[in-house]
Design a protein around this ligand. Sequence first.
Ligand code: NAD
Length: 501
Amino acid sequence: MMDDHNGSRQIAVENPATGEVIAHVPDMTPEQVAELARRGRAAQPVWEALGFDGRAKVLKRMQRWIMDNADELVRTICSETGKAYEDAQIAELSYGAAAFGFWADHAPRYLADERIHSSSIFVKNKRLVLRYRPVGLVGVIGPWNYPLTNSFGDCIPALAAGNSVILKPSEITPLTSLFLAKGLAACGLPADVFAVATGRGATGAAVVDEVDMIMFTGSTATGRKIAMRAAERLIPASLELGGKDPMIVLADANIERAANHAAYYSMFNCGQTCISIERCYVEAPVYDEFVARVTDKVRAIRQGVPTGPGTVDVGSLTFPPQVETVERHVEDARARGAKILTGGKRGRTTGYWYEPTVLVDVNHDMACMREETFGPTLPIMKVADAEEAIRLANDSEYGLCAAVFSRDTARAEAVARRINAGAVTINDALLNYTALELPMGGAKPGSGIGYRHGAGGIRKYCRHQSLFISRINPGWDPHMYPYTAWRSRLFARLLRLLNRG
Ligand code: NAD
């Protein structure tokens, strides 16, 4: 994957569906990252000074630019990820365009000065204001599964808040970010406010060393390294990490809907979504019917090299080593007694492939029920009742999302509230991610720290500044020197009066 190209270290970018090399990008050194940081810091005050309206103009132009360049954008995403056209259209193009509009519209409200009222007796007649000011230079490090949505996407609120941003995309999928950087420049973003640092882990580490705040999306193992370095530098880190999302099907569910959701949201993007349905628990009375329907639907999936709209349902895996991970999970399950109802092998030989796979007779001793698979597999487990389903759903180091299916939404909600996950959908899955007003983040350390989306999804790119303004200004305040016994006695009475409980 690495070679010399024009005298500097380069990374070869492959189309994982075909194995062809489609581009080369620089493997940037720490010195090059430091230079991007220096320029980003110099450019940031001008960007901040444009204010919400000035920045919104650029962001709205970019929203239109994305739609005007949709074909090329989707082609770029598909070429470096191997995903189906519709996976890019539904989960990346539509997210990216909406996010530019959303943050342009919502940044002024989420980051407006807040008037604070205090109960302290010392601050009567003062004006208290909480202000959100940009941290300055934000670093965003992203994974390969959604180069627009989960990598570039986090730069949008950071920019809307008035920061400069350095994005370190995955070395597997850098082309989408480089394409979008051209768009930002064409839409009038001042030079150096946004930069793409292409490279591998070492380039990412250099970004952490330079910025004022780091937003990381990726594996739990790398997240831990980022958190340790951020702690050394005393900079804030927001971490969106792995998932092993459970789906619970209660006996009174609409089984056709549940089966469609299980098949679609376990295989969407070839199963490479942090909030994919990765394991399924089904109440015994509907287990057989559910398994039969899911298996038929998964068997009918058309997998292949995407060549445009409607050509395939599922594309290839994106990250070459992912093939071994998926294979290891399936083989481990098979060796421990699981049955494979469809799929269960690599499929094509050129590029990186694994067939959509349904497993049954699985249990929590198997890797496929405990570790993140991040591939096109759906292990389904029969449970006696909702209690067992909740216990097993919570038996995980991860807690990103979960889904509950039941016609009794009150009962489903009661189940949802007992699942330790950052988000739980009822009779639905994954679409919560499209509601940019709704916070999204892990509930357990394995799935991360912090949130994206909602007010918290932009305030994390800011520091608080509290303003304390004294408007009535006598020469002396009564609590000052000289201390006198009568004033102290008076103050004691006042304190008793105010703290009666
Ligand atoms: P990864 O952790 O291997 O890499 C992520 C990024 O970190 C890459 O850009 C990589 O170059 C960089 N990196 C690697 N080592 C580094 C270091 N020491 N310092 C700084 N940067 C470093 O993850 P991946 O394989 O690219 O992505 C898949 C993972 O991402 C899965 O676990 C998935 O669940 C997770 N993910 C989570 C979310 C979420 O929102 N929670 C979204 C998408 C993906």
